[in-house]
Design a protein around this ligand. Sequence first.
Ligand code: ADE
Length: 231
Amino acid sequence: MTLAIMGAMPEEIAPILKKLGTYKTTNYAGNKYYEATYKGMNLVLAYSKIGKVFSTLTAATLCEHFGAEKLLFSGVAGAISPKLKVGDLIVATQLTQHDLDITAFGHPFGYVPEGSVFVDADKEMIALSKIVAQEMGKPLQEGIIATGDQFVANEERKSWIGETFGADALEMEGGSVAVVCDALNVPFFILRAISDAADMDASFSFDEFLETSAVESAEFVMKMVDKLAKK
Ligand code: ADE
């Protein structure tokens, strides 16, 4: 089994690389890909760089070039739901693109013909994550994650995304990774730890908590990998 672990920023995959210790590095299409064997599985890791375009390229490369059979994303997000505080974990049940807008043609936000507003994440891995959360004694919330090419630091925009899509958290890659994996039939799992509340203090909170929240998410994803190795 080849498993991909993806992040957007170096901080999001550094804790996992540190745990693996040794790995092979390959440069491909402007990114570094890290390959290792772990508990009888082939792992391939990468950070995409921020945003939908870079994350699309990386997710497609992980699946098509490196042969990923499952993809797990680890990273940070801005909270929409007031129930989510800095450091809390959220697993995406569905992903959407909040900045996709052809409403001028009568379509809903997040929709283009032959696409869909929401893409479902893999139910098996979501179920597994609940077991992992219980074993780790960590609260895990689940919900809709909205993705866009915007760092949201604005109450009004955040509320609009929450109301329009029923989203609980927002970030800049999950929705595009979801579209790629769905199209290629690669089961995917998107986990995020909250770094900020997508409000006027978001950039300060993000800078302060990126590293610690990224570690929270990475540790959880590695426990998921351990579980997947035993299957
Ligand atoms: N990732 C973490 N916080 C974010 C925010 N406020 N907006 C977009 N992506 C994020």
